[in-house]
Design a protein around this ligand. Sequence first.
Ligand code: ACO
Length: 422
Amino acid sequence: MPETITITDDRTGKQITVPITDGVFPASAVRELDPSLYIYDPAYMQTAACKSSITYLDGDNGVLRYRGYPIEQLAAKSTYLEVAYLLLNGELPDAAQLATWTYEVTNHTYIHENMRKRFVDGFHYDAHPMGMFVSSLAALGTFYNDAKDIDDKASRDKQILRLIAKTPTLASMAYRFSAGLPFVYPDNDLSFPGNFLNMMWKVGEYNIDPRLERAMDVLFILHADHEQNCGTTAMRIVGSSHADPYTSAAAAASALYGPLHGGANEAVVRMLTDIGHIDNVPAFIEEVKGGKGSRLMGFGHRVYKNYDPRATIIKKTAYDVFEVTGKNPLLDIALKLEETALSDPYFVDRKLYPNVDFYSGLIYQAMGFPVSMFTVLFAIPRTVGWLAHWQELLGDKDQKISRPRQWYTGVEARDYTPMAGR
Ligand code: ACO
């Protein structure tokens, strides 16, 4: 069978034959056929906007791999910092590389004092931590003028290091501010997740439970990358204008903030709280199906038409966390919702399964994180995914500034009407 597609323009009779490679054919073929012909593809449903060798996702079969390694193996055996190295460099580090990388990240955790004293203190007392996080990312870039040297690899690597190391600091600072607690400085003797937990919770003496430290690390691994999702696409689009990585990451974090994306874990806990009791689950499901209430948050995915493999791991991690914290009372409602939805033709026919956000919020809540911090917890590890894609974008000769076209549906040219004539 030939791996080509032949398109005939019936208006002109012109015909082109284009190759299909890995299930993709180049849109430049359409330009060749007629330079004024465009593909209408809202939400990029059928568009591959880039080549990428970072993350592989097979939504029909529930497969997720970082640089070829199955997410299940990484979650079981690796650490977030090792995964970050893998995503950025393409290979797992050897012992010396991991030691150097860990040392470097660990020694870039501090932020400029003005960020805390002048910038963060200026927020309104009830500012949402994710809004604070988004703006802190952009503000952080103003402290590093070398960030604009995006053509210089050494500068790019430095900014990547800074961003990965400082996002837990920014995140905990946003939380401590909203809770009215004094800021805890990074402790570079601790692990990456341990330092974050310490900055979040330390009031007087604080001993990190190694099981919670490991759970945090697993959650960071699971959220580190997910190919061309909305936030990563924002990173690539803003990065394509050669904006600095802090500004680009702020755009990516803004995209993540939305309830249809990283904001869903927050929405799940609010939904479970509203449902209130397992007896109310059937009525809630009927409301969702009738289109009267909200969607079933934490269910469905643009790409996964199967159980999200991350949701399977998170569900198991939830039980590990509950052994330490006690069971989150919302768990029973979540389990009932899952069971009811997965046996209901509405969800089965539409291939709607639990996604990464369905159980993560329950873990975060059990660990003591306020709901408003959930998306921030997603953004910390996703920063490495954004940066891996940013780096790949800048090295990709096929890429230019992102600039889609439109299908103009407005009025034709007309003359300005003076006020008296309107
Ligand atoms: N609850 C109820 N119905 C749903 C849900 C849901 N969660 N998700 C999709 N549907 C239905 C839609 O109503 C639609 O039904 P129809 O064909 O009768 O109109 C059908 O399933 C297809 O839905 P789309 O909106 O076309 O699917 P899309 O791929 O655009 O949406 C999305 C994906 C945004 C994730 C959607 O499933 C959703 O809103 N889920 C809830 C929010 C959520 O959990 N987001 C987190 C995603 S994971 C992440 O970003 C980390």
